[in-house]
Every structure is written in C-alpha cells, then in structure tokens.
Design a protein around this ligand. Structure first.
Ligand code: PEP
Ligand code: MN
Length: 297
C-alpha cells in the first residue's frame, strides 16, 4: 500500500467529521446529494423542462454546463455567459438551490457572480473543476481564494490519485476547504468498453485519505447507456457501485430529448430513466446505510 504524502488542509481528522453548509444543504462524508442536469445548456426551453422535472422529483441540486471543454475547437463550446441569466432565474423559480457549473478560467467565476447577483441570488453555484483542469494550478488558486462558492473537483484522467489529491489541496491551501472530490474514471488503455476506466472502487480510499466528501460521475465515467445481460445499464451499475461504497454525491447527465443533446448525447438519461435511477439510488443508499449498521458503525 502506498502512503500518501502529507496534504495539509485536507487531511482526514478522525476526531471530528468535516462538513460544510451551502444554500441550506449540508455536505460531508455522511451526506448524499444527487446533481442531475444538462451536460451542456442548449436552450432556455430545455433548462425549464429539466428544472420542472427536478422540482417534481423534489431534487434541489442540478448540473448545468455553460462553458464546455471540448476536444475539438470546432465542436459546440457551450452557450457560455449568454445562458447564465436564464439558468439562474429559472433555477430560483423551480426551487433549485445549487447548480454545479464548470469554470475553465478565473473570469468565468466573475461572470457567474455577476449574473447571480443580477438574479437576486436566486440560486447557488458550486464551481466545477473539470478533469482537463485538475492541474491548472493558477485556476485552482483563484478558486481557492474566493469563498462565495464551494467546489466540485474532478480527478485528473491521466494522473495518479495522489497527484489529483495534491491538486485539490491547492484550493484548500488558498483558503477554500469547501470541496467535493469527484471520481469520474481514468483514461482507458486496456479496456475500451466504457468511455473511461471506472474508478469508483476508490470511493473508500479517498474517504480515508481526506476529510472532504467524495462524489462520482457515472455519466462521464461510463459514457454510454448500454445494458448488461440482466437488463440494467452499466451506468446504473457503476452508479450503484459508487453509492454502495459510500459516495456522497452523484453527478448525472440528463436531457429532455437525449438524442438531440449537443454534447454527450449517448450518455444522457431521459426523464423516465432518471426516475428509475432515483429509485435505484434509494435502494443502494439504503443498502449502504444497512451495511454500516451491520458493522456496528
Ligand atoms: C462534465 O462534467 O461536463 C465534464 C466535462 O466532465 P469531466 O471534466 O469529468 O470530463
Ligand atoms: Mn459531458
């Protein structure tokens, strides 16, 4: 077993559980929150449709991609600042308290703050650091230097777990401990069944190394909706594997009409599939809590 080098701010303190509150919701290694939503915002109508569905399901957290990091410069880059005002306004109208939104540059944080302010702080935002920016240290320092927003930090796809954890420490060292460390798979070299090699078996490892909550992104890890012989999609199986091991957050791509999504259409769930996932998560989360009870925890 490889021991992790000293981290600093993010070190696990077994004498007391770390937690933070944001927008009336609590995040810790005991909590669980689901963040379903659009990988990329494409139009206002779809934003309203997603928020209405989440409100119906009593879900108060969502993901919304405005700034999209794309492999090709010719692919859709996201609606960027253009969509922020209606995303925040509609979130407020539909009782959505937190939106996870990726930022790739310090000025994106300023744009988000400006539009939130214009909306009268109708909702909250969790700044997402994408896997391509895990080691963008200047961005991490800028995110760490502000305390308006908590952070959803994705692990790097081609670096060690230790390197990703040290990168997360940059944010904490700069002044912001309100971080969720999110597993999203690593670059596959031996197995191409999934978009990434699913790393959710590392949920318990990260939880014993650092104090912060640990999330999973089964959509970007698996990257498709292919079913196994039992009729359950690999995406649902992977999500369950993370949750039964104690994951504290799940980020899931959904879309009103997945085949029309401009980004990652092959992995987006439709609303009916989201309802099935919700029940599946309820079953798995309960199973995790029963497993704790069985250990006398
Ligand atoms: C995303 O969540 O939209 C995303 C781009 O994820 P990742 O950075 O993990 O690829
Ligand atoms: Mn995506």
């Amino acid at each position: 077993m490889h021991e992790l080098k000293v981290l600093g701010h993010l070190n696990l303190d077994t004498s007391c559980e770390f937690s933070f509150n944001y927008q009336g919701l609590s995040f810790s290694q005991s909590s669980f929150q689901l963040f379903p939503g659009l990988c990329a915002v494409d139009n206002q109508q779809n934003v309203v449709s997603v928020f209405s569905e989440l409100q119906k399901l009593k879900i108060q957290c969502a993901r919304m991609g405005a700034y999209k990091p794309r492999t090709s410069p010719y692919s859709f880059q996201g609606l960027r600042e253009q969509c922020l005002s209606y995303v925040f306004e509609q979130a407020g109208k539909h009782d959505i308290r937190i939106i996870a939104m990726e930022v790739m540059h310090e000025r994106h944080i300023d744009a988000i703050y400006k539009h939130l302010q214009l909306s009268g702080f109708a909702t909250g935002v969790m700044l997402q650091v994408g896997t391509r920016n895990t080691q963008n240290y200047e961005l991490l320092k800028a995110i760490g230097a502000q305390n308006n927003f908590p952070v959803l930090f994705k692990r790097g796809f081609g670096i060690s777990l230790n390197e990703s954890l040290q990168a997360a420490e940059y944010i904490a060292a700069a002044g912001n401990d309100n971080i969720i460390f999110c597993l999203r798979g690593i670059k596959p070299s031996l197995d191409h069944q999934h978009r990434n090699f699913v790393d959710f078996s590392q949920v318990p490892i990260v939880k014993r190394l650092v104090k912060i909550p640990v999330g999973i992104d089964p959509s970007h890890a698996v990257g498709n909706l292919v079913k196994s012989s039992d009729g359950i999609t690999d995406l649902f199986h992977s999500c369950a594997q993370g949750i039964i091991s104690g994951a504290n957050l799940a980020l899931v791509d959904i879309h009103p009409t997945p085949n029309k999504a401009l980004v990652d259409s092959e992995q987006a769930l439709n609303f009916k599939q989201l309802e099935t996932l919700l029940l599946d998560i309820e079953i798995t989360r309960k199973a995790y809590l029963s497993r704790l009870e069985n250990q006398g925890v």
